[in-house]
Write a protein that binds this ligand. Structure first.
Ligand code: TXE
Length: 483
């Protein structure tokens, strides 16, 4: 296989192996074939990574912010130049079709490196006049940050965490998901090549236990996790014990509201993007599609017609538009939900079948006549299963859309401009869309409310989560003490 990393971990500027760690098989999801083996990080590897990061952070923070930024923008350039090979690796790691990885993974990672590289030189404190006296603030890095990734966007997640962290003068120890361990190693290689000091961005492999070790280590100042809500609760609690900073990008069950005045083809396109891109394995997906009753059948007909056009071929063939689930576990879980959808009385419009071929292939699946109490309308499935629910009244749809513990995303399709803003204003979610779905440019804050997470990634907002302010009061006259 092309450009495979040469060892499990990347620590202190080089590949590092320790075969004493548990073996983790890397499986190509399209065929179920093992393509690599990595070892979970032992305590020795974790210690080496944390020590290297601590050393590198001091060196890095002493550079001028613009010099730091230049390393990130150079890394972005290298990443773009190597996009094809990185995309092929990402496809092997995740099973996502090359038609997606070529445009959404290393490229969005490069966007983050470029954006935060440019921002680095602009990060400042402020001057606060107080009459004669004055104060100023210094924006300081947090220290060594831990990044813990999910398996759906391995390169993007590594970069979304590393870019703002490094721009602010922090170092990072990153643990990829055990399901997709390969791509983050390439991010580490590229940052080093771009001039980052050895040890600034380290990658250690492992299951949740390795993540838990990082979240509790006193050398870590901040933990940024992308993962499920149950894991988020555990990591947040572990970090709280040491008063560490956190960013939590967790799960969702986001609503998309389609009003009867919407452009139906655009609404169908939004529902496809918000349910079937990356085979539905996207945290912000709009998996509860509320469709106003007047356009329901037209929406479903057009949706079924377009979904049948999904091409489930070899992911390395750029004509393929729909890939497999990331793992056997995920495929079993999704099939369980499809069975439950049928059993609880939802109407299967299309899909619903696991393909009889090697790998973890499940057809894009649409259920109609879904009601709010059904399991498929409540749980995050994280697979290609769309639930279409009916509604008549705007206020009722908003109330039902908000009746979930999650709060990551929300979308509305309507031609009525007032309604669009009114509805989005009422929906409780962090990342929202009007007549679109799932756009996540780096310039825009990305994050959640309620159980879907805390903090924001991307945009200037991320800077607040990777830096802290030191306030300095400056007295210009004498000190008047009471005695
Ligand atoms: O996620 P986990 P998994 C959802 C999705 C999926 C389910 C399980 O529904 O089916 O979660 O996927 C690390 N301390 N999402 O098991 O367990 C773990 O090793 C520290 C939605 O992959 O949340 C991995 O690196 N770290 C989500 C990362 O946390 C721990 C994306 C995420 O693992 C840990 C992924 C611990 N105690 C899954 N336990 C989204 N919404 O984007 C695990 N980890």
């Amino acid at each position: 296989m092309i450009c495979q990393p040469t060892a499990s971990h990347f620590v202190d500027g080089r590949y590092l192996e320790d075969e004493a760690g548990d073996e983790i098989a890397v499986i190509y999801p399209a065929t179920g074939t093992p393509i690599a083996t990595v070892h979970a990080a032992t305590d020795a590897v974790i210690d080496a990574a944390l020590d290297a990061a601590t050393r590198a952070q001091a060196e890095w923070a002493a550079l001028s912010p613009r010099a730091r930024g230049r390393v990130l923008t150079d890394a972005a350039r290298i990443m773009r130049a190597r996009n094809r090979e990185l995309s092929e690796l990402e496809t092997y790691d995740t099973g996502k079709p090359l038609s997606e990885t070529l445009v959404a993974d290393a490229t969005s990672g490069a966007d983050a490196l470029e954006y935060f590289g440019g921002l680095a030189g602009t990060l400042t404190g402020e001057h606060i006049p107080l009459g004669g006296d004055w104060a100023y603030t210094i924006r300081e890095p947090l220290g060594v940050c831990a990044g813990i990734g999910a398996w759906n966007y391995p390169t993007q997640i590594a970069c979304w965490k590393a870019a703002p962290a490094l721009a602010c003068g922090n170092a990072m120890v990153f643990k990829p998901s055990e399901t997709t361990p390969l791509s983050a190693l390439k991010v580490a290689e590229i940052l080093l090549e771009a001039g980052a000091p050895a040890g600034l961005f380290n990658v250690v492999q492992g299951m949740g236990m390795v993540g838990a070790r990082l979240a509790t280590d006193p050398r870590i100042a901040k933990v940024s996790l992308t993962g499920s809500v149950p894991t988020g609760k555990r990591v947040y609690a572990a970090a709280a014990a040491e008063m560490k900073h956190v960013t939590m990008e967790l799960g969702g069950k986001s609503p998309m509201l389609v009003f009867d005045d919407a452009d139906i083809d655009n609404a169908v396109g939004g529902a496809i993007l918000g349910n079937f891109y990356s085979s539905g394995q996207v945290c912000s997906n709009g998996t509860r599609v509320f469709v106003q009753r007047g356009v329901k059948e037209r929406f479903l007909d057009r949706l079924a017609e377009r979904v049948r056009g999904a091409v489930m071929g070899d992911p390395m063939d750029e004509a393929t538009t729909f890939g497999p689930m990331v793992s056997a576990t995920q495929a079993d879980k999704v099939m369980g939900y499809i069975t439950q959808g049928r059993d609880e009385g939802a109407r299967l419009v299309c899909g619903g079948t696991r393909l009889d071929r090697p790998g973890y292939w499940i057809e894009p699946t649409v259920f109609a006549d879904v009601t709010d109490d059904m399991t498929i309308a409540r749980d995050e499935i994280f697979g290609p299963v769309m639930a279409v629910l009916d509604f008549d009244d705007e206020a009722d749809a908003i109330a039902r859309a908000n009746a979930t513990p999650f709060g990551l995303s929300a979308g509305v399709f309507t031609r009525d401009i007032s309604r669009a803003h009114r509805v989005i204003g009422a929906l409780r979610a962090g990342s929202c869309f009007i007549n679109s779905y799932n756009d996540a440019p780096v310039e825009v804050p990305f994050g959640a409310v309620k159980m879907s997470g805390v903090g924001r990634e991307n945009a200037r907002a991320a800077i607040e989560h990777y830096s802290q302010l030191k306030s300095v009061y400056v007295r210009m006259g004498d000190v008047e003490a009471p005695f």
